[in-house]
Ligand binder design. Structure first.
Ligand code: HEM
Length: 490
């Protein structure tokens, strides 16, 4: 969804801390940013933690940066972010200018959508972790960053992702999510197999027909079907939804994220229209209702549980829709093409190593993909972690933590030393070594996503020896075209 910001985790880069009067947002207690000359060790096993109290031997510095004049400053930063510099350069040039990875800046969209643009960017692995401490950072209404989409897009409710753990509803709704995921867990492996077998067949027939195949389009359909079948036991094709699910979701998500997306339209149309005004929710109401009806009719067992926990069926259903379509589908829609991009670029040698490892583990498990078979695939697990590391919500992580940080290193997380690095893999809004709870804001679907991502690699290399791709960019992340798929020869 975002070449500019990666949903579903956009807000992570841009929390606004501090007790500054002009910075009105989010933080309960002040964070003192201190800039150390000492580098953190590259593979340190000590916990990276950020304390509200600075270490006694470090100098306290004022957070650098400048918000500029009201109204003008936020628009200037927005222009730099989207058009004059682009996201990478926007942050890099300011890191250079301020000689600090922590600085004040305005984040899009700004006026006329919101007057709360002022944030403190935390762009290194250490300061960033303060955002996981719910005692220091309030996460109320910050899921999409500095603005909040209209509640008309979510049935009038503030959805779980927008709730701070201090709000009683957060606890209840997160329990509903855990219940949903638990009740679907047994179906994940078989439903992934069935949805993604269909996906491979589509790719193969397109390749045979036209010599190339659009990965993203087929992945959208497979991901939506997989989620509906695994989590709700419902096959969209057998309902009024048919194959429209992905298209409806995409439009609905666009209505929520248009203020912070680079859609690729001419700047003089895109900026005044999409970054300065919200798209009117009534234009997507009918589409949303179709999705709602599908989820309402497929989720009786989860809605029963929600009622038992004191959440109305209606509110629970809007939350299920959001978790499935925005968090989960949105995540898979972005992450799977990303992972295939890195694997594709890594080339045939890695493909062969993965195929050997995966097929041998499946063979020793009686020819079945099981949880224990997955555990016997260290290289497969590592490439998935590596893909999550290299395209995470923190695009500018310091190389002080990871050696060769800009490179895709397939076996980075293999072995004891490799596993120690997992504490620095943060895609889920928390360390990979920690778990989502009702008291934190870590992704409820962390294990589910990891399992699904592993299954994609496993299914891929059970079926194919190797593959080739072309990569282009789109407003929705990498656009992958498959140019060859080499069927398994051993
Ligand atoms: C590749 C896929 C996914 C990615 C990258 C991802 C990422 C994230 C991130 C970064 C957050 C933190 C948001 C915040 O700070 O408030 C989050 C929250 C959340 N995610 Fe995921 N997610 C993915 C898939 C899923 C799936 C499959 C589910 C299934 C239910 C899910 C459910 C949630 C929920 C309910 C929250 C809100 C948690 C809370 O408020 O405590 N996500 N996700």
């Amino acid at each position: 969804m975002a070449s500019s910001l990666a949903f579903p985790c956009l807000q992570l880069n841009f929390q606004s801390p501090t007790n500054s009067a002009s910075t009105r947002r989010f933080v309960l207690r002040p964070i003192c940013a201190s800039v150390s000359e000492k580098s953190s060790s590259s593979s340190s096993s000590s916990q990276s933690s950020v304390s509200a109290q600075p270490a006694a031997d470090l100098p306290i510095k004022k957070i650098p940066g400048d918000y500029g004049l009201p109204f003008v400053g936020p628009i200037k930063d927005r222009q730099d972010y989207f058009y004059n510099q682009g996201r990478e350069e926007f942050f890099k040039s300011r890191i250079q200018k301020y000689q600090s990875t922590v600085f004040r800046v305005n984040m899009p969209p700004g006026p006329l959508i919101t007057n709360k643009s002022q944030v403190v960017a935390l762009l290194d692995g250490k300061s960033f972790q303060v955002l996981f401490d719910v005692s220091k950072v309030e996460k109320k209404d910050v899921f999409t960053g500095t603005y909040m989409p209209s509640l008309d897009l979510t049935g009038g409710y503030r959805i779980l992702s927008y709730l701070d753990p201090s709000e009683p509803k957060h606890d209840k709704l997160k329990r509903v999510m855990f219940f949903l995921l638990k009740s679907g867990i047994k179906s994940v492996i078989p439903e992934f197999h069935s949805s993604y077998s269909q996906f491979f067949e589509t790719l193969e027939s397109k390749l045979a027909d036209k010599g190339k195949a659009n990965f993203n389009e087929a992945n959208d359909q497979a991901a939506f079907n997989f989620l509906a079948r695994a989590l709700y036991g419902a096959n969209p094709a057998d309902t009024q939804l048919g194959t429209d699910g992905p298209k409806l979701v995409q439009k609905w998500v666009l209505f929520q994220l248009s203020p912070i997306l680079l859609l690729g339209l001419p700047k003089f149309i895109e900026d005044p229209l999409f970054h300065s005004f919200r798209l009117p929710p009534f234009l997507v109401k009918k589409d949303y209702q179709r999705l709602y009806d599908f989820f309402y009719h497929s989720s009786a067992h989860v809605l029963d549980e929600a009622e038992r926990l004191g959440v109305s069926r209606d509110e629970a259903c809007h939350n299920l829709l959001f978790a499935t379509c925005f968090n989960s589908f949105g995540g898979m829609k972005l992450f799977f093409p990303n992972m295939i991009k890195w694997l594709g670029r890594a080339g045939a040698k890695l493909h062969n190593q993965l195929a050997q490892e995966i097929r041998s583990a499946v063979r020793t498990n009686g020819g079945n993909i099981t949880m224990s078979a997955l555990e016997q695939m260290p290289l497969m697990k590592s490439v998935v972690y590596e893909a999550f590391r290299i395209d995470p919500p923190v695009p500018l992580q310091t190389p002080k933590i990871f050696e060769k940080a800009a490179e895709f290193v397939p076996d980075r997380f293999v072995g004891e030393q490799g596993e120690k690095l997992l504490q620095h893999v943060l895609w889920s809004n928390g360390p990979e070594t920690e778990n989502p709870t009702v008291g934190n804001k870590q992704c409820a679907g962390k294990d589910f996503v990891m399992l699904a991502s592993r299954l994609l690699v496993v299914e891929f290399f059970l079926r194919y020896d190797s593959f080739e791709i072309e990569v282009a960019t789109s407003p929705l992340g990498p656009a992958i075209t498959m140019t060859s798929l080499k069927r398994a020869s051993f």
